[in-house]
Design a protein around this ligand. Structure first.
Ligand code: PAF
Length: 292
């Protein structure tokens, strides 16, 4: 496994790997956990070689967000990846990614708006910009992202289609199911911000979401169910809820009434220094009566 920090050695390494067969990219911001390792393992099943990028991207953090506090532990991350059959670690510096005079921004409308797009202005421009740069730098055949960042995945898929980053007829952007702790909390590098007491309370998030999904399946209306979900989080120790919404899984358009196609429940809530996000599928409802 090779770790490179500059573009020239990256290009040489990528060229050599591509001779052998398909190359997968797993983009990360480091502080790796089992969720990232799952992406790497899935990537290995599909591609001959796997490259992992590790870059804490300043352009996707807003003013007052956790850019400075975001955990940086490259040596530990590289050790974790060494045992996973990864061929290449791409760990550029900020200067390499955004040299002096850098002036280009990639912006995806529609799916970027609302939810995290509203709560974190500019966030998805930063994500889209760095992901398109990573794709151009590594030129992967396939790329792997976690479903935990559901809106991010939708933004990247939209961008890949719009900018012809996807080869025709091949879905090269893989979304991999969220990996959870034993109590249901989605794995995230930001869970490290939680004190032990907050960490115990954080399990209320997936629990309240599952209860909301059960209520919807039992025929409850969306609005009171989502209000109850917010109430449970605030009563359970969360300081605030940025959103708790039912959305179309692909377009992320709001879903007011659950139809047969189903929806995605997306939530962002703050506890202590952490802002946690999660999402889960909501099964559709059969409309009308079913005769036998
Ligand atoms: O999901 C992340 O870790 C980041 O948003 C990504 C995709 C690596 C872009 O910086």
């Amino acid at each position: 496994m090779q770790t490179v920090h500059q573009l020239d050695p990256l290009r040489r390494a990528v060229e050599a790997l591509r001779v052998d067969g398909p190359l997968a990219l797993v983009p990360t911001m480091g502080a790796l956990h089992d969720g990232h390792l799952t992406l790497v393992r899935e990537a290995r099943r599909v591609a001959r070689h796997v490259a992992v990028s590790i870059f804490v991207n300043p352009r996707q953090f807003g003013a007052g967000e956790d850019l400075d506090a975001y955990p940086r532990q490259l040596a530990r991350d590289v050790d974790m990846l060494a045992g996973e059959g990864v061929s290449l670690v791409w760990a550029p510096t900020v200067k390499v990614m955004y040299p002096d005079g850098y002036a280009t921004n990639v912006s995806v409308s529609g799916v970027s708006e609302g939810l995290d797009g509203a709560a974190r202005p500019g966030h998805f421009d930063g994500v889209a910009t760095v992901v398109v740069k990573l794709f151009n730098q590594v030129r992967p055949d396939v790329a792997f992202f976690g479903e935990k960042d559901w809106q991010q995945l939708a933004v990247i898929r939209r961008m890949a289609r719009d900018l012809d980053l996807v080869r025709p007829h091949v879905d090269t952007i893989y979304g991999i199911a969220t990996v959870r702790e034993a109590d249901g909390l989605a794995m995230s590098s930001r869970n490290a911000y939680l004190t032990p007491e907050e960490r115990a309370k954080a399990a209320a998030l997936p629990q309240a979401m599952r209860e909301a999904i059960d209520a919807l399946a039992a025929g409850e209306d969306a609005a009171p169910t989502l209000a109850e979900l917010r109430h449970k989080l605030l009563a359970g120790g969360f300081a605030s809820v940025d959103y708790a919404d039912l959305r179309d899984p692909d377009t992320l358009a709001p879903v007011a009434k659950l139809e047969s196609a189903g929806a995605r429940l997306l939530v962002a809530a703050r506890i202590g220094k952490a802002r946690l996000i999660d999402n889960m599928p909501v099964p559709g409802r059969v409309q009308g009566s079913v005769s036998i």
